[in-house]
Design a protein around this ligand. Sequence first.
Ligand code: HPA
Length: 288
Amino acid sequence: MTSYNVIDNLARQAISDALKYVRSQANVSPDIALILGSGLGALADRVDDPIIMEAAEIPHLPSATVSGHKGRFVFGRLGGRSVVVIQGRLHMYEGHDPSKVVFPVRLVRALGASCLFVTNASGGINSQFEPGTLMWITDHINQTGVHPLLGDQISTMRGLEWPARESIEYYDQEWTRNAEKLADKMGIATKRGIYLWTRGPSYETKAEIRAFRVMGADAVGMSTVPEVIQARKENMKVIGLSTITNFAAGLSDNPLNHDEVIETGQAVREALEKLAIAVIRIAPIPDA
Ligand code: HPA
């Protein structure tokens, strides 16, 4: 028997409103959703036969506001598969609560997407990860003190019990291994690592970065983890790729700023786009 609390019921109604709106605009049924991080939004331009919906038009969704984020959904084909690109994610540091941040994931899941590919920009903590490094996310550390499923009662979603009471794998190991092999074949160097999620809005202090290194983090950023948690709750398969855009605070003489994050994102754009298309081609869609 499925049980939901009040918060979840409200969210379900909101999803149903959003779903109704999207369906009234176009008959879309994506298999794979992509979330594009800071400065990485250009991949959306590679989508064939695009149908574009502004996030602000969709009920219950604010438009994304951070520079480098556009706030729209691009439906179409990429790598020969049916995709939706979420361009411009929502962040907690913009003042959104975690249930809002994961709303796009709930929506694309409701539209039929069973796989999620998340990208982000992050600061490198591992001293071997220079700006421009592409890192497969193998696990994460939630350093925010919040969780998108706070308030959810134990419920059964698609046969799984959530919030999970045992540790689960968030990032699909097989999909990641296969993507890594493809990257090798294409001559694109990648690493693997642990992503640590902070709430922001400020970049970290040097002392925090030293502490995060001791904790085992390879990279730090202000996104991704909530969407991944929501996606796994809904039994989606997830793969994560982080672009290290800068040395984390205190690891370089140059002060850290958002422009550097955007510039490095641009510099790796071509490799990232090629890789992203390969990742989509091999996405483990059930019965595909
Ligand atoms: N810290 C937090 N978020 C980030 C960073 C960083 O160094 N770089 C890109 N996003």
